[in-house]
Ligand binder design. Structure first.
Ligand code: UDP
Length: 470
C-alpha cells in the first residue's frame, strides 16, 4: 500500500505477448530507476504461452515487484474474430477479480495497457490517477485519439474514401494501411476499437513506448488529448537473458559469418496461407542468402493473426514446406517451429536483416539492434509501422503487402531480400536509429527524463493521496 512515502504502481497487462511483455519491461525499468517505488503487476493466465516465464524473464525477481496472475477467462466463450475485441473482452471479464485485488492493496497509481482502460472505473473508485502505457508509436496513438472524430466526420467506409485519412499533425493514412478494425465499420471489432479510443481520452497521462524524433513527420498531438510522455524504447536487453538457457538457434548463428543471416519471424501470432508459405520458402531459397526462419503451420484463412492466442502450436510446420526444401537449404538455412529468443537473435552479429511482420515490439527490437528490415505487415497497426519504417525512417523496404490479399511471389521476395542486404543506406540508418534510441533511454536522454517527470507526478499524487487517507 502507499502508506510509506513511496509510489505504489498497479500495472495491468493485457492478454498477448505483445502487450504483456512491454508492460513487464516497463515495470522492471521503473523499479530499477527509483528506490521509492513498487509495482503490483497484473497479467492474464493462458494455457498456450508460458506466461510465467515471459514475465519473469522480462522482470527479474525483485522485492519491488509483486506478480498477480488474474484467473483464467474461458476463451471459448468469447465469440469474436477480432483480436482487439478478444483482448478487451478478456480484460472486462477479469475486472471483478482485478477490482477486488486493487481495493485490497490500494495502489497510489494505476497504469494499464491500452486495451485495459475499463479498469479506469476502479481507479475512479479508489480516487487515484490513471495512466495508459501505449505499446505502439505516436502516429498510431494519434490515430486512435482522433478516431472518434473521424467516426463523426466521415460517412461510409474509410477504405472507400478517395483521399487518405487525415490525422492532424501526422502523416495521412492510405486505405490499405489502416489498422485492422477500421476497414469494416459495420464489424464488431470496429465498435470495440471505438470504445478503446474513447476511453483512452480519460487517461491522466499516456506513456508511449517510442522516443522523441523517431519519426519527424509528427510529434505533436493536435486533438484534445491527455498529456503524452515518450519513454521508450523500453525493451528487454539481450544481456538479461539467463545464460544457461542458450538456444540452439544462437549456437547455429555462432557459426555463421557476420551480418550474413536473414531472420524471418512474424511475431507471436502471425501466420501465412499455405500458398504464401510455399512462395516464401522458394523465395528464401532463390535469394541465396542464409536464413533463420521461425515457421508456423499455414492457415486456411491466409495471412492473419491466427496463432495470436496460441491456437496452432501443436501442428508440425515443417511438413508443409516444399518437397526437398529442408535438404536443399540445409547448409544455409535453419527452420524452427513457433518460438525463438528474438531479442538475443537480433542482437547476434551474424544476423544482417530482419524480415518482420512489424509488430511494434519487434520493430523496436530491430531498431535497438541496428538491423534493417523487410516489412511484411499482417494485422493490427502493422501496416502503419511498415510505412513509418520505410517512408518515415528509411530503415526498411515495404514491398511485401500481405494485407492486400494477394500472394507475394518468390521472385519478389528474393529480390527484396537482396535489395536490403545490399542497401548500405538502410543499414546505416538502422545503426543510426540504434544509437539514437540508446541515447534517448540512457541517463539524461529525452525518454529517461520523461519517465522521471511522470514519476514526479505520481509522487506528488501519492503524497496527496496519503493526506486524504489521514
Ligand atoms: N517474440 C519472441 N520470439 C518469437 C516471437 C516473438 O521472443 O518467436 C517476442 C518478440 O521479441 C516481441 C514480442 O514477442 O517482443 C512480439 O511482439 P510484437 O509487438 O512484435 O508482435 P505481436 O506478437 O504482438 O504481433
Amino acid at each position: 500500500s502507499s502508506t510509506e512515502s513511496g509510489v505504489h504502481l498497479a500495472v495491468v497487462a493485457s492478454l498477448g505477448v505483445g502487450h504483456m511483455k512491454p508492460l513487464a519491461v516497463f515495470s522492471n525499468r521503473i523499479i530499477s530507476l527509483r528506490a521509492d517505488i513498487h509495482v503490483t503487476f497484473f497479467f492474464h493466465d493462458t494455457d498456450t504461452n508460458d506466461t510465467d516465464d515471459i514475465v519473469s524473464s522480462s522482470s527479474p525477481p525483485h522485492d519491488a515487484i509483486r506478480l498477480v496472475k488474474l484467473p483464467p477467462i474461458d476463451q471459448s466463450t468469447i465469440l469474436t474474430d477480432s483480436v482487439g475485441a478478444r483482448i478487451t473482452i478478456t480484460n472486462i471479464r477479469s475486472l471483478p477479480s482485478l477490482r477486488a485485488s486493487l481495493l485490497a492493496s490500494r495502489p497510489s497509481v494505476l497504469v494499464v495497457d491500452f486495451f485495459a482502460t475499463d479498469a479506469f472505473d476502479v481507479a475512479r473508485e479508489l480516487d487515484i490517477p490513471k495512466y495508459v502505457y501505449f505499446t505502439s508509436n505516436l502516429w498510431a496513438l494519434a490515430l486512435m485519439l482522433h478516431s472518434p472524430q473521424l467516426d463523426k466526420d466521415i460517412q461510409g467506409e474509410y477504405v472507400a474514401q478517395s483521399e487518405p485519412i487525415r490525422v492532424p499533425g501526422f502523416r495521412s493514412i492510405r486505405a490499405v494501411d489502416l489498422p485492422d478494425p477500421m476497414p469494416d465499420r459495420e464489424g464488431e471489432g470496429y465498435q470495440w476499437y471505438l470504445h478503446t479510443c474513447n476511453r483512452l481520452k480519460e487517461a491522466d497521462g499516456i506513456l508511449v513506448n517510442t522516443f522523441e524524433g523517431l519519426d519527424d513527420s509528427g510529434s505533436v498531438l493536435l486533438s484534445p488529448a491527455p498529456p503524452v510522455f515518450l519513454v521508450g524504447p523500453l525493451i528487454r536487453s539481450a544481456s538479461e537473458m539467463s545464460p544457461n538457457r542458450r538456444d540452439e538457434c544462437l549456437t547455429w548463428l555462432d557459426s555463421q559469418p557476420a551480418e550474413s543471416v536473414l531472420f524471418v519471424s512474424f511475431g507471436s501470432g502471425g501466420t501465412l496461407s499455405r500458398e504464401q508459405t510455399t512462395e516464401l520458402a522458394f523465395g528464401l531459397e532463390m535469394s541465396g542468402k542464409r536464413f533463420l526462419w521461425v515457421c508456423r503451420p499455414p492457415t486456411r484463412t491466409g495471412d492473419s493473426a491466427e496463432a495470436y492466442f496460441g491456437g496452432l502450436q501443436s501442428d508440425d510446420p515443417l511438413k508443409y514446406l516444399p518437397e526437398g526444401f529442408m535438404e536443399r537449404t540445409r547448409r544455409v538455412g535453419l527452420v524452427v517451429p513457433n518460438w525463438v529468443p528474438q531479442v538475443e537473435i537480433l542482437g547476434h552479429t551474424a544476423v544482417g536483416v530482419f524480415l518482420s511482420h512489424c509488430g511494434w515490439n519487434s520493430t523496436l527490437e530491430s531498431m535497438i539492434a541496428g538491423k534493417p528490415m523487410i516489412a511484411w505487415p499482417l494485422y493490427s497497426e502493422q501496416c502503419m509501422n511498415a510505412v513509418l519504417l520505410s517512408e518515415g525512417i528509411g530503415m526498411a523496404v515495404h514491398g511485401l503487402k500481405g494485407k492486400e490479399g494477394r500472394v507475394v511471389k518468390r521472385e519478389e521476395i528474393a529480390e527484396l531480400v537482396n535489395v536490403v542486404f545490399e542497401g548500405k543506406v538502410m543499414r546505416d540508418k538502422a545503426k543510426e536509429m540504434s544509437g539514437r534510441a540508446v541515447v534517448a533511454v540512457g541517463e539524461g536522454g529525452t525518454s529517461y527524463k520523461s519517465l522521471l517527470q511522470v514519476f514526479e507526478q505520481w509522487k506528488i499524487g501519492s503524497l496527496n493521496y496519503d493526506k486524504i487517507l489521514r
